[in-house]
Write a protein that binds this ligand. Sequence first.
Ligand code: DAS
Length: 365
Amino acid sequence: MKKILALLLCLALVFGLAACGEKKEAEPAPAPAEEQKEDTLPTVVILGTGGTIAGTGEAGKTTGYSAGELDVQSLIDGVPGLDKLATLKGEQVLNTASDNVTAKDWIVLAKRINELAKDDSIAGFVITHGTDTLEETAYFLDLTVKTDKPVICVGAMRPATATSADGPMNLYQSVALARTPEAKGRGVMVVFSDGIYAARQVTKVTTYRTDAFNGRDFGALGYMVDDKAYFYNKSEKPNTVDTPFDVSELEDLPKVGIAYFHIDAELDVLEHYLDSYEGVIVAGAGNGSMSTLWHNRIKERVDGGDGVIVVRAGRMDNGIVTEYATNPQTIAGNNLNPQKARILLSLALTVTKDREQIREYFATY
Ligand code: DAS
């Protein structure tokens, strides 16, 4: 008897579930993919600039390729599922190895983002870029774009034709981050090898391996896992809409050079920079340090009324360079590496030539 009852119960359950299934089928069918895309997907603009991510070479190989060969539409088409994340609009700003990128290119890029950002239908931006100078472009944009929408810089260490090319996943995760509402208001970010990094902090740390970036003393802002962003940190430094740097009337930047200090560094190297540039970053040892020979020459020039601005940065990636009370002729570069200190000084010189105001900028941005 018990067995019969159990059998009846099972049958009732099975028919019940089947009925449920039928009910489900009776619900309105989901909108066709195209319709759903138009209605619900955010729009992300991908601005292509070249680099290894757009590089091609011998099939399978990771070296001996040409950077900046594929256009941005080919990059988009090459990533399965990218069009399920967002409505994508590709624009080719330039297509070159990132060692050829210029300040003029930066200004074109920043102006374009600033213009597009006014369009309410655009959720965020991705910049595809070579890795060599990616951190520089990212920091420049961090100081000059006037939007709180996510701006994500991305690249690859292996060309598109390599075995296990890293570009497609990096691009996928960048688009995913650019459309993520929690990514708003965090400044320009770099996505690389599952990590999310702040533009001001990130630096390239290897010539070859695919986990090529990190945030130095500050680590990562978070992780990407497939298309999901997990944030843990936020940079305290003002960026984008909270900086005084405005590119709208600029075509180029004031000339700022980097003088690399080392044992036996000759005075004529420094002199060259002091003579020909509006600003000089000394890539110094330790606390942005340099020889007495170099120090004294900077003092003589500045005390003698030379308007050249000299900033001391550190050759190593971590720690802070502090002011020298006995040497106010130079400005401490804070914890910016020399290539990033160069960007801040170039932009500062578009606003002021005043040494003390520029000192304040280095303490702030
Ligand atoms: N080194 C290449 C890259 O990783 C070239 C470049 O920076 O454009 O992208």
